[in-house]
Design a protein. Structure first.
Length: 573
């Protein structure tokens, strides 16, 4: 059996290597980066983490006392989202003892197609200053061979360069809010006001679709007017399931005579990022073969390049700090007191999703005097209320009461770490949840699921050991939501558990009791399921439902009342 060196010895050797490398750099006068540091505090994602103690965000926090560490396998990767395209001229890696022997530095305009700008099979770890030449919004380390039995571990991953200048393909969105016309458009209950401009509004929750009455035919097309002649380097198509198998990207100077700059007969749908080369004022997607019996439909039709008459799109919100407490409720009120009205609003009335409870005005949401909020589900008829027929009595008067609180207009936010310590209750038909909904649901009456929903924790009484974390959006929702269950290997209601999500512009990672179990990578989501619709404010919801589509109805085995205890809710950003 091969002897594995101790972790403590590896760390000490790694620190020596760091010091030696730094001295060599100082004595030889290694040139400093041509551009400034542009990766600090930017969103970072990785293929894995050894544990929640070693998150990807640690490599851009400016501290050599925190680090990212991967799981103990090959290959792995870690990437930083610079927020916009940049010319990258230097990368500095500060390795912990568990370094990569073989790796590549890669850049990408879209987080999907990568160009290698540095490669080595003989890395010795320590501090590595790598002169590179490349451009893109994303910079990735593709790690293929470990130097130790452990994973890969970095104290810092620094990218230097300049934004603007000559960043190459991917810079300059030319189509934002530009006029668009199409062969037809849909406007009915299935797709109201699905106009051509919905594909150029930079809103991933709105779409253009060809008409159900006249437009589910070939060919079908959509054209964007860039306002002036442009040199076009990239086109991004984010398809609805009604996509084109065969289509061309065409350009025109006069909106009459067209020149193809891209052609395919093997379109795959979802997100397609096309590197193209052409000039013209008008750009058209011209579809000639549909993927199914429906028409053509695009969430986004984005054109990139130089020239035109561009309007800058709205910037992404700033990257979060997952360690700075921004808001919390510790629920320290006296016994039987109501939730803090400066932080929570009770939602009053019958539930949705065929649920059987009536949500009261905090009658079912009270402090327990021991530092917890108690949301209690009771068997209690509510006169005048209207619910689906009760499976036991058949009555349409709501036979149960519960509580539902939200933080809308009290506290709402974009990106951060959101966590709550909760002891759920569990019985047949019960459905406690800790989740978030897009604030535009109320602010602009954006319908669900277009507003976006982030379910941090759901539990249903029929699955005693399991919790769920799930995303809902226009292209994946309800039973088709994008999520994952976690089997705790014991009853969920046996103890308090801490449920959390870390959310930024490029990923969400879900945790239970400090252990990450599900990561949603934005790039992968867009390539396989549909648009990411989470770059805007959300608010927090706590509730406990009974009955409904997910848990099923209560029955003879249902025991009431049931208490959902919340020790605290905290947001770091």
């Amino acid at each position: 059996m091969q002897t594995v060196p101790s972790r403590k010895r590896l760390v000490s050797l790694g620190l020596v290597a760091v010091v030696v490398a730094a001295l060599i750099q100082a004595l030889t006068g290694t040139a400093t980066a041509a551009g400034p540091l542009i990766s600090q505090s930017k969103p970072v994602t990785a293929s894995s983490s050894e544990s929640a103690a070693f998150p990807p965000s640690a490599v851009v926090d400016g501290s050599t006392g925190t680090r990212w560490s991967s799981q103990f396998s090959d290959p792995q990767w870690i990437q930083v989202d610079l927020g916009s395209a940049a010319a990258v001229d230097e990368v500095v890696l500060n390795w912990e003892a568990a370094y990569a022997r073989n790796f590549q530095v890669q850049v990408s305009a879209d987080g999907s197609t990568w160009t290698t700008v540095y490669t080595t099979a003989t890395s010795t770890g320590g501090v590595q200053t790598l002169p590179v030449t490349g451009s893109g919004r994303y910079v990735r380390l593709n790690l293929t061979t470990r130097a130790t039995p452990w994973g890969y571990s970095l104290w810092e991953f620094q990218v230097f360069g300049t934004f603007g200048g000559n960043p190459g393909p991917g810079d300059g969105l030319l189509s934002y809010n530009k006029p668009a016309v199409a062969s037809s458009h849909q406007d009915d209950g299935a797709c109201p006001s699905c106009l051509p401009v919905k594909a150029t509004d930079f809103d991933p929750a709105t779409r253009w679709a060809t008409s159900a009455t006249t437009g589910w035919v070939d060919p079908g097309w959509i054209t964007v007017d860039l306002g002036a002649t442009a040199t076009i380097s990239k086109v991004v198509l984010q398809w609805d399931p009604a996509y084109a198998v065969s289509y061309q990207i065409q350009v025109s100077d006069d909106n009459a005579t067209w020149r193809p700059i891209h052609s395919t007969t093997t379109g795959k749908g979802f997100k397609e990022t096309l590197t193209v080369s052409g000039t013209g004022r008008y750009v058209r997607m011209y579809g000639t073969q549909r993927s199914n019996g429906y028409g053509y439909s695009l969430w986004e039709f984005q054109v990139y390049g130089t020239g035109g008459s561009p309007v800058p799109p709205p910037p992404l919100p700033p990257a979060p700090n997952f360690t700075r407490l921004a808001w919390s409720d510790e629920f320290t009120g006296a016994a039987n007191s109501t939730p803090d009205p400066a932080k929570w609003t009770p939602e009053i009335g019958p539930g949705v999703n065929n649920e059987l409870q009536y949500y009261t005005n905090n009658d079912n949401a009270r402090m327990d005097g021991n530092g917890n909020l108690n949301i209690q589900v009771r068997r209690q008829a509510t006169p005048g209320s209207a619910c689906p027929p009760d499976p036991i009595s058949g009555s349409t008067t709501c036979q149960y009461t519960s509580g539902r609180l939200n933080s809308y207009n009290k506290f709402q936010f974009t990106y951060g770490r959101v966590e709550a310590r909760i002891k759920v209750s569990s019985t047949q038909g019960l459905w406690p949840a800790f989740w978030m909904l897009g604030s535009n649901f109320f602010a602009t009456r954006t319908p669900w699921p277009n507003c976006g929903e982030i379910d941090i924790m759901e539990h249903v009484g029929r699955e005693l050991n399991t919790v769920y974390s799930t995303l809902h959006a226009p292209a994946y929702f309800g039973a088709g939501g994008y999520g994952q269950p976690l089997d705790l290997r014991q009853r969920v209601d046996a103890a308090f558990h801490t449920f959390a999500v870390e959310w930024d512009s490029s990923h969400m990672t879900f945790f239970v009791d400090g252990r990450s179990f599900f990561t949603v990578d934005r790039t992968q989501l867009e390539l396989t399921r549909g648009p990411w619709v989470y770059d805007h404010d959300h608010f927090i919801i706590l509730n406990s439902a009974i009955g409904g589509d997910f848990p099923g109805p209560p029955g003879a085995g249902t025991v009431l009342p049931q208490n959902m205890l919340i020790d605290y809710v905290r947001v770091y950003r």
